[in-house]
Write a protein of this length. Structure first.
Length: 312
C-alpha cells in the first residue's frame, strides 16, 4: 500500500518527485527579475536568456549588474537591462519599477526573487522589520506597480520565489515589526514568506479572467548568498555546515524557466510549487480571512494609491 502524506508533510512527497522540464523558446519575451547577481535569481536570468528572453533586472549593485549583463549578451540576441535599488528601501524600489514602466510597454514575465534572512531584528529606513520588508513588501510593491502593464501584456506570468520557510510562520497581523515579541530568524523569515503566499491567493482572485497567472514556488534546498548579511559567525556556520549539504541553484533556474515558459503552465494560477511540482502549503498560509487583512495592510504599508492603478 502506497503511503499518503498528510497535508502538513506534503512537501516531502513533492520534494521526491522528478522535475518537469521545458524546451519552449522565449524569443524576445521581456522577463523582469529581481535579485539576479547570485544564486537563484542569477540562474533564472541565465536560463531564460539561453531561451532567448530579454532580461530586465532590479539589483542593488551596479558593478555586479554590469558583469551579469555582459554575460547575458553572449546568451541572448536581446540586450539586457538593469535598474538599481535597495530592496529594503521602498522609495528606491518604486523609482526603479516606475522607470521600467516608462521603458517597457510590454512585460511577459515577472519573477520576484530578491530575498534576505535575518538573525536579529533590524528595521529598514521605512521603519519595517527587514525580512518582512525585503521578502514580502518589496515583491508586493513591484508586483502591484507592474500589474496593470502585465494585464495589458496578457498572456503573462508572475512567479513569486517563496520558500518552505513559510512553514515557520511567525506572522502576527498586530505585530508585523516584532515590537512585542522576541525576534527569531526563522520566525521572521517564516512571517515574511507566509505574508507573500497569502497575497498570492488574493492577487490570483483579482487577476481571474484577465490573462495573467500568478504562482509561488520553493526554489529547492540550493546554495545562495541569502543570509550573508548576518556577520562572520553566521557565515562560518553556513559555509561549513549548511552550504555543503545544498544543491546547485541551477535546478532553481530550470524550475523558474519551466514555470515561466511551459505550455503546461498556461492558465494555471494560484498554486504553490516545490520547484516544478505542485504542493500543499502549510495550513496557516491558507487562512484567507487573515490573508485579506495582510493584503490590505500591505497596500497601506507600501503606500499604494489610486494613481498606481492597482485595482483593475
Amino acid at each position: 500500500m502506497k503511503y499518503k502524506f498528510p497535508p502538513e508533510l506534503d512537501f516531502i512527497r513533492a520534494g521526491r518527485l522528478p522535475q518537469k522540464v521545458s524546451t519552449t523558446p522565449m524569443d524576445g519575451k521581456v522577463c523582469v527579475i529581481t535579485g539576479t547577481t547570485s544564486g537563484v535569481g542569477y540562474q533564472a536570468a541565465i536560463r531564460l536568456a539561453k531561451a532567448g528572453a530579454k532580461i530586465v533586472t532590479i539589483v542593488r549593485s551596479k558593478d555586479k549588474a554590469e558583469k551579469l549583463c555582459a554575460e547575458l549578451r553572449s546568451l541572448s540576441a536581446y540586450e539586457p537591462d538593469y535598474y538599481i535599488a535597495d530592496f529594503s528601501n521602498l522609495s528606491e524600489l518604486r523609482k526603479a519599477t516606475e522607470a521600467i514602466l516608462l521603458n517597457y510597454p510590454h512585460i511577459d514575465v515577472l519573477v520576484n526573487n530578491a530575498g534576505v534572512h535575518m538573525t536579529t531584528r533590524q528595521l529598514t529606513v521605512d521603519g519595517y522589520e527587514t525580512a518582512f520588508a525585503v521578502n514580502h513588501l518589496a515583491s508586493f510593491l513591484v508586483t502591484s506597480l507592474l500589474l496593470k502593464r502585465m494585464v495589458e501584456s496578457a498572456p503573462s506570468r508572475i512567479i513569486q520565489v517563496n520558500s518552505e520557510g513559510h512553514r515557520f510562520n511567525g506572522l502576527k497581523i498586530d505585530d508585523l515589526n516584532w515590537d512585542n515579541r522576541k525576534y527569531g530568524g526563522y520566525g521572521g523569515y517564516g512571517a515574511s514568506k507566509t505574508a507573500q503566499l497569502m497575497t498570492v491567493w488574493e492577487l490570483n482572485d483579482l487577476l481571474y479572467g484577465k490573462g495573467v497567472t500568478i504562482n509561488a514556488m520553493h526554489p529547492g534546498a540550493v546554495k545562495s548568498n541569502i543570509g550573508t548579511n548576518n556577520g562572520i559567525l553566521y557565515n562560518m556556520f553556513s559555509k561549513y555546515l549548511i552550504q555543503p549539504t545544498l544543491k546547485s541553484p541551477e535546478i532553481s533556474g530550470d524550475a523558474i524557466y519551466y514555470l515561466a515558459s511551459s505550455p503546461e503552465m498556461e492558465g494555471i494560477s494560484g498554486k504553490f510549487y516545490n520547484l516544478t511540482n505542485e504542493e500543499i502549503p502549510a495550513p496557516h498560509a491558507l487562512n484567507r480571512e487573515l490573508g485579506k487583512q495582510i493584503f490590505q495592510r500591505s497596500k497601506e504599508l507600501v503606500h499604494l494609491d489610486k494613481s498606481d492603478v492597482y485595482e483593475i
